[in-house]
Structure formats: C-alpha cells, structure tokens
Write a protein that binds this ligand. Structure first.
Ligand code: 1HE
Length: 268
C-alpha cells in the first residue's frame, strides 16, 4: 500500500525531519547530525507539521535522532539577537510543536541515545514513552548558558523526576547517565547501546494493536485527570471509561477473553 504524504511532510524532510512508515508505525527522525540535531526554528516548525499531519494509517510513532546523539537542544546560534517579545513567541512555537506531539493522534515513543540535553530533554519529555540506550545522558545546560527552559520543560520534566532534581540539574549542570536516568524516571526502558530504536519500534508495534480509544484515553485524558482535583478526576475517569467500554472493539476484546481466545496476563 502506498502512503500519501501531506505536502508539509515533504517540506519537513527538506528541513531535516524525515518520516517513514514501518507498517502502522510512523518513524520520525531528526536529520541534522552535523549540529547534533540542535533544534533550529525550522526543525521545530517541521516537527509540528509532521505530528499534525501524520499519515492516516499511523497508529503509533517513534522519534529518534541521526548520528551520535538524540538532540543537543536549542540551536544556540539562533538565540543571539532575539528580544523579549520575540523570545515569548519563540517559546510558544516550541509549546505548539511539542503539544502537537504530546496531544496528537497517536502515542509517541522516543528512542534515545547520546546527548538528550536542554531542549532535547524537553522534546523527549513530551513523548509518551522513553527508551534509553547505554550511551544516553541527560542534562539541562540552560543554567550554564544563562537562560531558562522554554520548550515546556518546566511543566513536563518535574513530572518525570521532581522539582528538586530539576532544580539541581539547572543550578549545578549535573549530568545523569543512562542507568541513573532510567532509575530516576527520565526513561522507562534501558537497552544496550545501539538498540533503542529497535526497542522503540517493537513497543510502537505493540501499542499500534491497542484499541484506538484506549490509546486516546491514555494520551488525552490521563494527563488531564492527573492535574484535576480528585473529585473532578473521578468524574472525568468515569466518563472516559464508559466511552471506551462502549466501543465495539472493547466489547469484542472482552468477549474474546471470556471465550478463552485472548492471551492471559503473564509475568513472562
Ligand atoms: C550546536 C549545538 C547547539 C552542538 N546549538 N550548535 N544545548 C547545549 O548547551 C548543548 C550544547 N552541545 C554540546 O554540549 C555538545 O555539542 C554535545 C554534548 C551535544 C555533543 O558533543 P560533540 O563533541 O559530539 O559535538 P560538538 O563538537 O560539540 O558539536 C558539533 C557541532 O554541532 C559544532 O558545530 P561546528 O560547526 O563547530 O561543527 C557545535 O557548535 C554544534 N552544536 N550543539 C548550536 N545546541 C526551548 S529552550 C531550550 C534551551 C536549550 O536547549 S539550552 C541548551 C542548549
């Protein structure tokens, strides 16, 4: 089956963000290895366009980086002359791009290796699952550069590792290796060097077989429920769960289990 790509996806490829379909998995790649995949304004716009216009057959996505590193963060060469007003719009453009990814149509898995620093960590924290390999390291050099996070990091990163740890990283320039990163919550999976992309694609293939409403609920309802006061959260949960249960696909899956035709939960 040939995939018809939205014209903006061809433009994104020319800018340095490629998209290839592996069955139902959209594999998105940052292709600027000479600059360690530093995120220029063009790359941020391209990321937004790709995640807003994923092919209709995509049921899950993976994002990874070409070369030795996942992403070196903001392209510092574009920072020089921006005034305060331009800075606000610039930060908001990152928010729009990373929201397109976090609150898009399909779950996104980040395949990490090498540097996941500054805006690169902000990007990774907007994905739904992070897979690190042994070469991965995490840092927030914004503090050292005399700036602050601007790509949603102050909202998303404390949810992964806590405010205290993020404060320490920015105040002291502390760098976490892959093993500590996985233990502390930067990533949910840790694999040998060179294997994060294969693991992320395998997870995405598994996720692409879920009922679409379950994936939707996890991407769009769960993070909002977690922010709500408990009594609002319980109501939103009840509404979301009744919508998910009412889908024909949910009924078919439950019936298959009751008839002994669906796998049991197994610890192996
Ligand atoms: C860059 C960038 C960049 C590399 N902007 N050009 N981010 C940082 O502060 C991280 C800065 N980068 C690094 O610390 C290192 O480059 C790495 C640890 C990521 C990789 O090291 P290495 O030895 O593999 O590469 P390199 O030799 O340092 O860099 C190769 C080239 O990429 C070099 O350019 P060249 O023309 O001399 O070859 C670097 O200048 C260039 N390069 N990183 C621009 N970030 C929404 S707000 C977010 C705020 C932030 O993200 S602040 C944190 C920015």
């Amino acid at each position: 089956m040939t995939t018809t790509l939205h014209p903006s996806i061809e433009r994104a490829r020319a800018t340095g963000v490629s998209l290839d379909m592996h069955g139902a998995v959209a594999v998105v790649r940052l292709c600027r290895p000479a600059k360690r995949n530093a995120l220029s304004d063009g790359l941020i716009e391209a990321l937004r366009d790709v995640f807003q216009n994923l092919p209709s057959e995509a049921r899950a996505a993976v994002i990874h980086g070409e070369g030795e590193h996942f992403c070196a963060g903001l392209d510092l060469s574009e920072l020089k002359e921006r005034d305060a007003g331009e800075g606000v719009h610039h930060s908001r453009s990152w928010h729009a791009a990373l929201e397109a990814l976090q609150y898009g149509r399909v779950p996104v898995i980040a395949a990490l290796h090498g540097a996941v620093v500054g805006g690169g960590l902000e990007l990774a924290s907007a994905t739904h699952i992070r897979v690190a390999d042994d070469s991965t390291f995490f840092a927030l050099p914004e503090g050292t550069r005399g700036i602050f996070v601007g790509g949603g990091g102050s909202v998303r990163i404390p949810k992964l590792i806590g405010v205290a740890r993020m404060t320490d990283m920015m105040l002291t320039g502390r760098v976490y290796n892959a093993q500590d990163g996985e233990r502390l919550g930067f990533a949910q999976y840790l694999v040998p060097a060179g294997e994060s992309l294969a693991k992320a694609i395998a997870l995405a293939e598994r996720i692409s077989t879920n009922a679409p409403l379950t994936n939707y609920a996890l991407m769009h309802a769960l993070p909002r429920i977690a922010e709500q006061p408990a009594d609002h959260g319980f109501l939103t949960e009840a509404l979301m769960s009744s919508i998910a249960q009412s889908a024909p696909e949910a009924k078919a899956r439950v019936r298959a289990f009751l008839e002994g035709k669906a796998p049991k939960v197994s610890k192996d």
